[in-house]
Ligand binder design. Structure first.
Ligand SMILES: Cc1cc2nc3c(=O)[nH]c(=O)nc-3n(C[C@H](O)[C@H](O)[C@H](O)COP(=O)(O)O)c2cc1C
Length: 166
């Protein structure tokens, strides 16, 4: 069973989660870069609008060949209660047919993670994937160590090793 973790991260929290998952689950990992400038207050505001509208963005890599993977994790920060544009764009560029998918998001307020996970699920299912699990982490005020510990706890609680045979 070959597992791949695909993620986008702006300020590093989702990256820490993705790396912790990859190490614990012995999975390959690919970071999606958003080539649009997302730095600074104005760009952050515009980024929320992009996310809310599900605007596409320029990403690198533009697409990923998923052929050799059975299980794919997709991780994104929550922006305006939605997945980040880089992940929306990536999903639309890949062939998800017949793949098992696990979705995760990070956020930093007391709002719900559901709209982001729901939208991700809708998008990959439309493209033929089966969502087998999904989870989220509130990163507010958390150090890298906290995020690593929380992710390892999620791996245990949801028995994620079962899906990838790690
Ligand atoms: C443009 C923007 C919009 C955001 N919108 C939300 C939101 O709607 N709800 C929320 O809980 N957190 C929101 N956040 C906070 C991020 O989801 C949170 O800090 C996340 O852990 C960041 O992940 P990262 O470090 O991998 O980029 C937003 C952050 C940014 C930059």
């Amino acid at each position: 069973m070959k597992t791949l973790i695909i993620y986008y991260s702006d300020s590093g929290s989702t990256k820490i989660m993705a790396k912790t998952l990859s190490m614990n689950l012995k999975a390959d990992i690919i970071e999606i870069k958003d080539l649009k400038n997302r730095k600074g207050t104005v760009n952050k505001f515009l980024s929320s609008i992009d996310a809310f509208r599900e605007s596409k963005t320029k990403i690198s890599p533009e697409k990923i060949d998923l052929t050799s993977y059975d299980l794919i994790y997709v991780g994104t920060p929550t922006w305006a209660n939605k997945p980040a544009p880089a992940i929306i764009t990536l999903i639309d560029n890949c062939n998800w047919s017949g793949k098992d998918v696990i979705l995760f998001t990070t956020m930093n307020n007391n709002g719900s993670d559901e709209p982001t996970l729901e939208r991700l699920e809708e998008k990959v299912r439309m493209r033929g994937a089966r969502v087998v699990e999904r989870f989220s982490l509130n990163t507010k005020g958390k150090s890298a160590e906290n995020i690593i510990n929380d992710t390892e706890r999620i791996i245990q609680t949801l028995v994620l090793k079962m899906y990838s045979g790690a």
